[in-house]
Design a binder for this molecule. Structure first.
Ligand code: ADP
Length: 510
């Protein structure tokens, strides 16, 4: 077996292929053409009594025409030759001899031969043309199908098996895709399956990776996948010796290879960009988290430590009202710290998917009452306005989660709206849902930030960063509502400045 790579080997490979292709010579068209001549002979026997022997050439001409239209030049020439012999032997006087008595019959025979050859040629040309058109249509369809399939793949791990599978089934061959890994090549996908490559195959693949397509006796072909960045991988196809790739199939394969290279490069680039985006996002979250943790852990701790050291310095003798204020301050800050840590724990549980959700029928009023009680010391400088209809249906929710959502929203309303303003909480019945609104009288939310604020560590304005907060509250609200099958959206009030948060939860079925 010759391994191509240099010219002589390539020539040897091509020669071998041509020889094998020659071996697969199809005798069927010749047999059928002979059959058609036999039928023409039968018909001639039947009509012999009523027609002059020289005119029987028309019957044989019909057989030649059929053969030419169906099988092309050589089978129809064979039919013409056979026709001349049989017609002369059986019908032209003297019968059962190759001799011809009448010079007119010699002329008729010559004319038959000439007409047969011309007809064969024309018909064969027509056949070749229609075959070429059919082959082009098939190639176009296959290319279309191939590009459609590879366009549908989103990731490299989806794309590679699709390429090998499509090429493998369309060309009825084994298809392998190899990509550089370390010093060598690694098989990434294979049709019908992945398999170990032997040393010869590997060296051919390596040659293709270096830019020289390699073939083993025309049976095994390794082609480089070329992109603008150079050779990005290798496609190998393997067919058994009896079914070598036809020139048309080879052309199709080289187009497949080009298309596959473009698709692979495009997907690789998209994955690299996604990876870079993910890394940037992770980095942003990490630094936001560090800022948040350092700020939110340190501020309350500094206040607590300051209050504590002042209390120690003053001792029992200090002014009781100042002592009370200092204790209150320390307590408030400790609670803030507790809330912050609680938020972090909630977020971790949400992210790890370990959060337990106990869904059941819940009275919105009960959850709100509990949230307001917890937030009572936060809202001392604000007033609240509650509007819950008496016939408000129960919702499907988890009491603890709903209470935490309402608490976070009240906490924000207090934080982002000035003192002595009103926090309004209302509820109404929607279409199979209960709609809860939490509105404040602050500056509201910038219109382009109504979705971003639900991201982790999102803090919209510079001033917001000066206020205590983690940027986790709303992310937790959305996570909890999703877990309860509900929704939460942010907007601004229509009637006056201020933010409006709208929650929807399904009405609980009795
Ligand atoms: P935190 O309040 O700890 O910063 P949140 O996730 O609760 O975190 O809120 C994210 C951001 O959304 C806040 O930093 C703020 O910019 C904005 N925001 C939230 N609630 C309101 C509100 N009621 N009014 C105006 N802006 C708000």
């Amino acid at each position: 077996l010759a391994i191509s790579g240099d010219t002589t080997d390539e020539q040897l490979g091509a020669g071998l292929r041509a020889a094998v292709r020659g071996l697969s010579f199809n005798v069927w068209p010749y047999l059928t053409s002979a059959g058609m001549v036999a039928i023409a002979t039968g018909v001639s026997y039947l009509i012999e009594p009523i027609i002059a022997p020289s005119n029987l050439s028309l019957v044989y001409l019909t057989a030649v025409l059929f053969s030419a239209l169906r099988y092309g030049l050589w089978p129809s020439i064979t039919a013409a030759m056979l026709g001349v012999l049989v017609w002369n032997y059986l019908f032209l006087p003297p019968k059962f001899s190759m001799a011809i008595d009448d010079p007119q019959d010699v002329l008729a025979l010559l004319l038959f031969l000439i007409v047969s050859l011309v007809v064969s040629n024309l018909a064969a040309l027509k056949l070749r043309q229609s075959e070429a058109i059919a082959a082009r249509a098939k190639t176009t369809t296959q290319l279309y199908l191939f590009s459609q399939k590879i366009a549908a793949a989103g990731s490299l791990s989806d794309l590679l098996p699709i390429i090998t599978q499509t090429i493998g089934t369309m060309l009825n061959c084994e298809a392998l895709l190899l990509f550089p890994a370390g010093d060598g090549l690694q098989l990434s996908a294979g049709h019908p399956q992945k398999r170990e490559l032997d040393i010869v195959e590997l060296s051919l693949a390596q040659a293709a990776m270096n830019g020289t397509p390699g073939s083993l006796a025309g049976r095994l072909l390794f082609m480089p996948l070329r992109s603008q960045r150079g050779v990005i991988g290798v496609l190998g196809v393997d067919r058994s010796l009896s079914q070598l790739l036809l020139p048309d199939e080879e052309r199709l394969l080289s187009i497949f290879v080009d298309q596959a290279a473009v698709a692979i490069e495009r997907t690789q680039l998209a994955e690299t960009i996604d990876q870079a985006r993910l890394e940037a996002e992770t980095e942003r979250l990490r630094s936001a988290m560090l800022t948040s943790i350092s700020h939110d852990l340190r501020t309350p701790l500094t206040t607590i430590m300051a209050a504590h050291s002042m209390l120690r310095k003053q001792g029992e003798a200090g002014d009781p009202s100042i002592r009370r204020e200092l204790f209150e301050q320390a307590e408030n800050e400790a609670e803030r710290l507790d809330r912050f840590i609680g938020n972090l724990i909630d977020m971790t549980q949400l992210e790890s998917g370990k959060m337990k959700v106990n869904l059941g029928p819940i009275e919105v009023g009960d959850a709100l009452e509990s949230a307001l009680a917890r937030a009572s010391h936060l809202i001392i400088r604000h007033s609240t306005e509650i509007d819950l209809p008496l016939d408000l249906p129960m919702v499907t929710a988890d009491f603890m989660l709903l209470e935490q959502v309402l608490f976070n929203l009240i906490d924000n309303a207090v934080k982002y709206a000035p003192q002595d303003t009103i926090v309004s909480i209302s509820a109404s019945t929607g279409d199979g849902t209960v709609v809860i609104g939490v509105a404040d009288q602050g500056d509201g939310i910038p219109s382009d930030a109504t979705e971003i604020i639900f991201d982790k560590f999102a803090r919209v304005r510079f001033e917001d960063r000066q206020r205590p907060g983690t940027g986790l509250g709303l992310a937790i609200c959305r996570g909890f509502l999703q877990a309860m099958g509900g929704t939460i959206f942010a907007s601004n009030r229509k009637d006056q400045p201020g933010a409006l948060f709208v929650i929807e939860l399904a009405i609980s079925k009795p």
